[in-house]
Design a protein around this ligand. Structure first.
Ligand SMILES: [Fe+2]
Length: 282
């Protein structure tokens, strides 16, 4: 764990939430009941309205129109409630000891997987989102005395229940410390293991937030034919240093004017990528 002082990293001092320790040790965790039923209902309605109002962007992952239609990007620009949700203090308390108190959002994407399993009968294959950040061949373990460095954390703000038949996210604990990616030839194996550990499925309720580091091995578990679908806001948070610094952030950022006008604090400014100039851009 670390703390940022004048844009530099120092060892974390003081207690950290259990979720932080789990993220560091296991690579994934679940925050239960972060959002109330009323907050979930309001956030859900606002996100579904974005789906109706904003056409799909059809980015490179949109291999079919149906796949492209599942996503809406830059959600803090489209939705005031999404902008507030990504700054929830419980989420920030869990991730800031790992990414720094100036960590920022590098992606905010709504996911709406349709019910059933016609589109993705096998779920998604085992993968990492980024990294491994210290790649190593098999047989070179990470030393226990050194916490494994974490650079990007994904949060899923869950807006409906996901049971075992709905194709939940699965993670393999401690796989982020392996320095390896999941073996390609085993990318669909449900019994894949990493250093003797197998999949842990994230069975979640609306209002939960599950978190994982970018290099933990994970996948979507295969949904059943009667799967209820999934609706969540995926937010990726990263260390502030991971960003281009060619221009100062007040000249180059991703914030729409309406979202800019909604910012209420310096932490919210930095969360959306507006930082004071530092070594690289000052
Ligand atoms: Fe992923």
């Amino acid at each position: 764990m670390l703390q940022r002082v004048d844009s530099l990293n120092y060892p974390w001092s003081g207690p950290a939430p259990r979720a932080t320790t789990e993220l560091e040790d296991l690579g994934h965790t679940i925050l239960r009941g972060v959002f109330s039923a009323a907050e979930v209902a309001a956030l859900r309605e606002e996100i579904l309205a974005v789906y109706r109002r904003v056409p799909p962007e059809m980015r490179d992952s949109a291999i079919t129109p149906e796949v492209g239609a599942m996503y809406r990007y830059q959600m803090f620009n489209h939705s005031e409630r999404c902008q507030a949700a990504i700054a929830h203090p419980f989420i920030l308390a869990a991730i800031e000891p790992l990414l720094g108190g100036d960590c920022h959002v590098i992606a905010a994407t709504a996911w709406h997987n349709p019910p059933g399993n016609a589109l993705t009968p096998n779920g998604l294959q085992w993968h990492v989102d980024g990294g491994p950040h210290v790649p190593r061949p098999a047989g070179i373990p990470w030393p226990d005395a050194i916490p494994y460095p974490i650079f990007v954390i994904a949060a899923h703000i869950q807006l409906q229940d996901i049971g075992l038949d709905d194709g939940p996210t699965a993670c393999i604990p401690r796989s982020h410390r392996s320095g390896r990616v999941p073996p390609f030839e085993q990318r669909w194996d449900l019994d894949l293991q990493c250093d003797g550990r197998g999949a842990v499925l994230h069975e979640v309720a609306a209002g939960d937030v599950d978190l994982r580091v970018s290099d933990v091995w994970h996948r979507r578990w295969p949904p059943a034919a009667d799967a209820r679908g999934r609706l969540f806001l995926q937010v990726n948070y990263a260390r502030r240093d991971i960003a281009q610094r060619v221009l100062p952030t007040d000249q180059l950022h991703c914030i729409a004017p309406a979202a800019l006008a909604r910012i209420r604090s310096d932490r919210e400014r930095r969360l959306l990528g507006l930082h004071p100039q530092g070594y690289f851009d000052a």
